[in-house]
Design a protein around this ligand. Structure first.
Ligand code: GUN
Length: 296
């Protein structure tokens, strides 16, 4: 069997197109636009690339983009003061503080200062609690993108065995909550799981989010399973830098029913879902109907 490739790049373009159409309507009817504020502290090169891409794509879908680049030595007090200003700013509907933060800053405290209604990352403890209790929340972008691709591929996920490998707050845990919300039978596995191979082989849906290059070989994949590879790992091979996932793609693609490639799978969906979340936050703030197909 050769797996169907789930094209995240094309899917993300479709999501951005849907967002852009809604924003265009809002601009025409209400003479304003959803606004996203992104805060970057310091000069981490990977974070700078992310933030630049976020800014470009925000403008491309017609939203207002506000970027705040702060010195690496910014104090907790000054960062919190900025977030409080953004919380009160009526032009700002979404706020994202790029992680990781420099060591003098307490990430939990900073994230929990963001107004939960503007927390487009879905990292605020209120949103985590709402998601965990099946209530309407802001949902973390990467797992939301994975869910959208799974729903698009399968229709209903009810009754499927889902295994999430990885237990991070950003991907693993919210992914498991979302799959449970769609009536999957969910297992969260991690580095200490006994006989991980057997656990993975039980999955109809296998989500890999561990951050270890090519850790999951094809013979851990159940024939016909859907594999969602969240990993983006930079490795050196044959003297070149290469991006690989957490799944060994070549061997997994021979047994899976469907698989997301790296690059071009989950990656592009993250920013697309950030834009979708910003639109959702705007609609909720204004009492407008939520965008169809762009929420959990
Ligand atoms: N750093 C890497 N990914 C993310 C993300 O999704 N959100 C935030 N805030 N920081 C990140």
């Amino acid at each position: 069997m050769t797996a169907t490739i789930i094209d995240g790049k094309a899917f993300a373009a479709k999501v951005r197109q849907q967002v852009a159409e809604q924003v265009s309507k809002i601009r025409a009817e209400r003479h304003e636009a959803p606004g996203l504020a992104v805060v970057l502290v310091g000069e981490d090169p990977a974070s700078q690339v992310y933030v630049r891409n976020k800014g470009t794509q925000t403008v491309e879908v017609g939203m207002e983009s506000f970027e705040y680049k702060l010195d690496v030595n910014t104090s907790q007090h000054d960062l919190i003061a900025l977030i409080e200003r953004l919380n009160a700013d009526p032009k700002v509907h979404g706020i994202l503080v790029q992680l990781p933060l420099p060591p003098q800053l307490n990430s939990d405290l900073v994230i929990n200062t963001i107004d939960p209604a503007k927390d487009v990352d879905g990292f605020h403890i209120s949103n985590v609690g709402l998601l965990g209790t099946g209530q309407k929340s802001m949902v973390p972008c990467t797992p939301l993108g994975c869910l959208m691709m799974l729903r698009d591929h399968h229709g209903s996920l009810a009754g499927m065995n889902a295994v999430v490998v990885g237990r991070s707050n950003i991907v693993g845990k919210p992914m498991a909550q979302l799959l449970l919300g769609d009536s999957c039978t969910v297992t969260i596995a991690h580095s200490r799981t006994k006989d991980l191979a057997t656990v993975c082989r039980s999955a109809d849906i296998l989500v890999a989010a561990v951050g270890r290059p090519e850790m999951i070989p094809g013979d851990w994949v159940r024939p016909g399973a859907t594999v969602i590879d969240v990993g983006i790992n930079r490795i050196e091979r044959d003297g070149k830098t290469k991006l690989v996932g957490d799944v060994h793609y070549e061997s997994a693609a021979k047994v899976a029913g469907a698989i997301t490639p790296v690059p071009g799978g989950v990656g592009p969906m993250t920013i697309a879902c950030l834009l979708a979340n910003t639109l959702t936050a705007y609609c909720r703030a204004k009492g407008l109907p939520e965008p169809v197909g762009l929420t959990a």
